[in-house]
Design a protein around this ligand. Sequence first.
Ligand code: FAD
Length: 815
Amino acid sequence: MKLVVIGGVAAGMSLAARARRLDESAEIVVLERSDHVSFANCGLPYHIGGEIERRDALLLQTPERLKASLNLDVRVAQEATAIDRGRRRVTVRDRKTGRTYEESYDFLGLCPGATPIRPALPGVDLPGIRTLRNMEDMDAILGDMQSGVRHATVIGAGYIGVEMAENLVRRGVRVTLVEMLDQIMPPLDREMTGALEDELKRRGVVLHLETAAAAFRHSATGRLQVELKNGVTLDTDMTLLCVGVRPDVALAKTAGLEFGPRGGIRVDEHQRTADPNIFAAGDAVEVRHQVLPDTWLIPLAGPANRQGRVAAENICGRDTVFTPVQGTAIVKVFDLTAGVTGATEKNLQRAGMPYRKCYLHPSGHAGYYPGTGPMQLKLLFAPDTGRLLGAQAVGFDGVDKRLDVLATAIRAGQTARDLQDAELAYAPPYGSAKDPVNMAGFIATNLLQGDLQCWYAEEFPARAEKGLVLDVRSPQEYETGHVPGAVNIPLDELRRRLGELPRDREILTYCRVGLRSCLTYRILTQNGFRAASLAGGFNTFRAWRRQAPEPDATQAFEPYAEPPAAAAPPGRTVTLDCLGLQCPGPIIRLKETMSDLDPGDQIVLQTNDPGFIGDAPAWCAAQGHTLVEITTAGPQITARIRKGGPAAKANPTLPAASGPRKKSIVVFSGDLDRVMAAFVIANGALAMGDQVSIFFTFWGLNALRKSAPPPVAKGLLDRMFGWMMPRGPTALKLSSLNMAGIGTALMKKVMRDKRVDSLPELMRQAREQGARLIACSMSMDVMGMKKEELLDGIEVGGVASFLGEANGSNATLFI
Ligand code: FAD
C-alpha cells in the first residue's frame, strides 16, 4: 500500500506515524510545502515572547529523524499542486528547484490545515503587516523586531491575537489590540471576558473594541499607519493580522471533493472524503459537534491529531469512528487563564437550543493556602435532563483542571447532577474538599430540582421593575457598588426585618457571588415570599453590564512597567494581610484598621479577592481616603491606602461654618419628588459634616411606612386611611405628571439609567450617615398610624422635639 500525506504538521504527521505503526510494509510519503515538518505552531507566540528560548525546541521532528524512527519519506518544501483522482496521482512542485513531478498513491491523506485570513483591505500587503502560522512567519516577525519595533498593532483578539499581545508586551513592545466585537476572546461568552480585558489593560495593552481595521498606509515619515473604522489612526511599526483562519482547500477544490456548509472539506465519521481513496483530517475539515447541531470548523491541535490517527486506522483497514468535537480550548492571558468546553451560551441561543445556566466564583484551591484567587465558572446544561452542554472558566490557578474534568464529563454525556458526585483529588495546595466542579453540580442540581430559582443580570431592569431588588451583603459592600435601586438588608438582619419586605412582589435577592443570596432565597420562600436569587451575584451582574472598555488615551504611548513605588510620606505604615478573606472581609478589616490610624498613615493591604480592585477606589472615595496605588502579582493584589484628614470630605470651596452645623427639615409632602429632594439635601448636608433631623408630618409620614406592615388593631376609619395612602418610599408617586403611575415608573427608570439613587437608597444613606428621622406623633394619631407600621428605627416625637431640633439648627427647610 502506498500512502501519500499532504501536510506534515499536526494531522498529517499523526496520520503518517499511526499508519506506519499499523502497517510496517506501507510506502509512506509526506509532502510539506514549508521548510519544516512537525513543528509546534502552538508554541510560536512563546518563542516570539522569549518564554521558549530556543528556536529549535519548536522543531519536534526532522525528516531525518522521521526516516530513522518511522521509515517515513518526509519531503519539505514540496507543494502538492494538483490531484488527479482518476489516475490516483498528485502533482508536486519542488519549491526550491521549481521542478514538477508526479507521485502515485493508493490512499491520499489530505491534511493541509487552515490559512490565516488576510482581509482584502487597502494596503494590506504593505511590508510590516504579518500573519502567524508557521516557523517562517515567526522568523519574519522576529526579524522585524530586531530592526526596532516599538509599537505593534494586533488585529483580532482571539486566542492567537491575545497570546501575541502578551508576548509582544513581554518583549517590551507597546501593543494596541483591535477587536471588531464588543469583547475579547470571542469563543467565550462576553460576561466571562471582563477580567481578561482588565488584565490586558493592567499590563499596558490598549484595547480598541467594537471597531476594525479599515486600511493600512505609510505616513509621510514612512511609518506604518492603521486606520480603524472608528476614525482612529494608529501609528505603528508592525501589524499582526489575527482575524481567524479559513480551511486551506484550494487543492481539494481542484480535486473536485465535496465541501460542508462552512467551506471545509466534507468527511464521514471515518474521515473519508467523497473519494473513498482520499481521507482528510485537521483544520481543513468540517467536524460534527458534540453538543450543537450541524458541522463546524474547529481549528484546534487536539482534534487535528485525533482525526489524523482515525484516518490512518481506516486507511489501514480498521473501522474507527471519529467522535464529535466539543471545542475544548484554553488560553493564558498574563497571570490569568481562560477556557471553554462544549457549547457557549451564544451558540446555544443561535442554535435555538434550550438551556439553563449557573455561575460560581470558587477559589482555585483552599482560600487559606497561599497562591490562589477566585475563578469565574459558568455551567450550561439542559433544562429537562440536566445533560451538560458547556462550561467556561477564567481565573488564576486550577482553571485547566476544572475545564478538563468538565470536558470529560461532557464527553461522557454526564449530567449536572453527576458533578455533585465527582470524587476529585484534594489537599489544600490543589483544591477544596468541595471542589468547584462539585459546587457547580450542587448549584445546577438545586436549580433542576427547584430548590433555587434564579434571576439573571440580563433580566435587569425589566424584572426588577415589577419586584424589589434586595441586596443582602454588608453595608460596606453595598457602599462600594450595588444594583441600581436595590434595598440593603444584610443577611444577618434579614430574619428580624422580614416585615419590611413586600409580599405582593417578587423579591430579587443578590449578594456578591450567590451564596448568601441562595440562603436568603431559602429564608424568604419558607416565609411565604416569592423570591429569586441573582445567578453569580453582583460579580456576574457587573460583568454583564460592563461596557466595552474605552481605550485609555494616557496608555497609548506608555510602555508597560511596574508602577514605581510611591514615596512614603511621613506617618505610620501598617501591613494588613487579608489573603484568603472573602469579600467583604478585606473591606471590613480595612475599615477597622483605618479607625485606629491617624490622618496621613498608610495601610498596605494584601488580598486575593479580585473584587477589591473595583471596591477599593469606591470605598476610599466614599470615606475620604487616598488609594495611593494598587498592583497585582498573579492572584495577589496589593493596595496602598493613605488615611484622609478629618476635613477630607468637606468641600474646600465653602467657607467654614461659624454657627451650629445642624439642619432641620420638615417633610410635609408625600410626593416622591419632594421627599427625594429632602433626602438629597439631607445627604449633602451630612456629607459636609452637618447633623440633620428630618421631621415627617401628615402626608410625609407615608415615606416612612413599611410596605408590608405587621397586623395592628385599628378602627375602620383608620384602616380605610391606611388602604388609601401609599405604603413606604417605593410606593410614592410624583407630584405632577404621575399619569396613573406611568410618569412615576418612567421617572424611576430614567433615574436608574442615569444611576441616580432611588428614594429607599437615599433614605438608607441618610440614616447610615446619622440622620434622625422623626415621625410627628400628632399626625400619626390623626391618620391612625401606629409605630409598628413605620420602618424600624424611626423616632416618634411631638412638635416640641421638632422645635428643639430647629432651635439648634442654622437652617430649617419645609418641604
Ligand atoms: P497545520 O498544522 O496548519 O498543518 C498543515 C500543513 O500542511 C502546513 O504546514 C502546510 O504548509 C501544509 N500544506 C498545506 N497545503 C499543502 C500543499 N498543497 N502541499 C504541501 N503541504 C501543504 N491549537 C490548540 O489546540 N492550542 C493552541 O494553543 C494553539 N495555538 C496555536 C498557535 C498558533 C500561532 C497557531 C498558528 C495555531 C495554534 N493552534 C492551537 C491551532 C493548531 O496549531 C492547529 O489546529 C493544528 O496545527 C492544525 O493541524 P493541521 O495539521 O490541520 O494543520
